[in-house]
Design a protein around this ligand. Structure first.
Ligand SMILES: Cc1ncc(COP(=O)(O)O)c(C=O)c1O
Ligand SMILES: N[C@@H](CCSC[C@H](N)C(=O)O)C(=O)O
Length: 381
């Protein structure tokens, strides 16, 4: 089955008992048992729920995993995954990750004894130097949030395998439509389902999958033990969102490419970060491992002092945190999505105070370009 068909017919896509072509919302907490300790398919909705199970089987199918897991947020999913490790284990994390992921590692997991180092994973000698006898996993995003840094999944997983490390890839920006890390050697893939998978800025969720049955067992144990599961209504919303993922991702990427090319030509812009530009440092690897470049881009203005004025001058780009919905959003990572990373660390990886991030929606491109053009004119005057 091709990926576009899988989005509609993959996993569990209809109700076995009624024939309903959309899996119903099983709004239930518990299930009648046939005898003492004899549940049928489900026993309690934290441990399993048919609507959530349908979504979980879909993400596994889309990413090529053996089992999927749905959580109440992307961070709840990341927390469950990091919880499979033990105190003293060391994790190497890409140095350009979502601010909340950094905060979870630095301020929460570290208190439980998990150790970590942030490493520039485009630099293989830095990676090799960072590996210690206690290193157990390699964790990264590609494209990364917010610099759209592209990491070579195949090469990184080869290093990880040579050193017995588990590779965990946050595939939120690319989605399984444009990139499937498990097929490139990764062990665990995770998503903020809040973003492109849900696709309509109306649900917070997290999805995880793996192609390793032992890891699936460990993640499943943590999902049930910690309990940060996704509710049935939200599971249904995410599954519905995924049905149109292919169409949306094509539209996001087409618009983002045009906006990136427009920004690159603007005299008021000093730098554009978008892997679909042939001048971008990630273009070559992205062309190899992705089938499209996605809908996210960042840029810097020549005059950093105009950033606030610029982002507040737009009509169709809503000033808001989050991404991946049908509507275009704009934000300033240093003070919004990545404010939880200390300034010196942010600046060391290149997240300047003036960096602007766009989540390019699927509106008419002419309106989006006109909106940006008008804002440039406003700040010039
Ligand atoms: C790349 C990435 N991963 C994970 C997360 C966490 O997801 P959530 O907000 O759904 O917890 C986010 C954003 O929040 C993100 O941008
Ligand atoms: N204020 C929130 C930050 C949400 S960021 C949401 C998303 N990952 C994005 O990058 O836009 C927090 O502190 O958690």
């Amino acid at each position: 089955m091709k990926i576009r068909t899988k989005m509609i017919h993959g996993g569990i896509s209809e109700d076995a008992t009624s024939g309903a072509v959309s899996v119903p919302i099983y709004q239930v907490s518990t299930y009648k048992q046939e005898g003492v300790g004899q549940p049928k398919a489900y026993e309690y909705s934290r441990s399993g729920n048919p609507t959530r199970h349908a979504l979980e089987s879909l993400i596994a199918d889309l990413e090529g995993g053996v089992r999927g897991f749905a959580f109440g947020s992307g961070l709840a999913g990341i927390h469950a995954v990091l919880s499979i490790f033990k105190a003293g284990d060391h994790i190497i994390m890409g140095n350009d990750v979502y601010g909340g992921t950094f905060r979870l590692m630095d301020k929460v997991m570290q208190n439980f004894g998990l150790e970590y180092d942030l490493v520039d994973l485009t630099d293989f000698s830095a990676l090799n130097k960072a590996i210690k006898p206690t290193t157990t996993a390699l964790y990264f995003e590609t494209p990364s949030n917010p610099l759209m840094k592209i990491l070579d999944i195949r090469q990184l997983t080869e290093v990880a395998q040579e050193n017995n490390l588990i590779t965990i890839v946050d595939n939120t920006f690319a989605t399984p439509y444009f990139q499937r890390p498990l097929s490139l050697g990764a062990d665990i893939v995770l998503h903020s389902g809040t973003k492109y998978l849900g696709g309509h800025s109306d649900v917070v969720s997290g999805l995880v999958t793996t192609n390793d049955t032992n890891l699936a067992e460990r993640i499943g144990f943590m999902q049930n033990s910690i309990g940060g599961v996704l509710g049935p209504q939200d599971s249904w919303l995410v599954q519905r969102g995924i049905k149109t993922l292919a169409l949306r991702m094509e539209a996001h990427a087409t618009n983002a490419q045009k906006i990136a090319e427009f920004l690159e030509k603007s005299p008021q812009v000093s730098k554009v970060y978008y892997p679909g530009l042939s001048t971008d440092s990630g273009y070559e690897i992205a062309s190899k491992q992705m089938s499209g470049f996605g809908g996210m881009l960042s840029f810097e203005l020549q005059d950093e002092s105009k950033v606030k004025y610029f982002v507040e001058s737009l009509k169709y780009f809503t000033l808001a945190e989050s991404l991946g919905g049908v509507e275009s959003l704009i934000e300033v990572p240093a003070v919004m999505t990545h404010a939880s990373i200390p300034k010196h660390l942010r600046e060391a990886v290149g997240i300047k105070d003036g960096l602007i991030r766009l989540s390019v929606g699927i509106e008419d491109i002419h309106d989006l370009l006109e909106d940006l053009q008008t804002a440039f004119e406003i700040i010039r005057n």
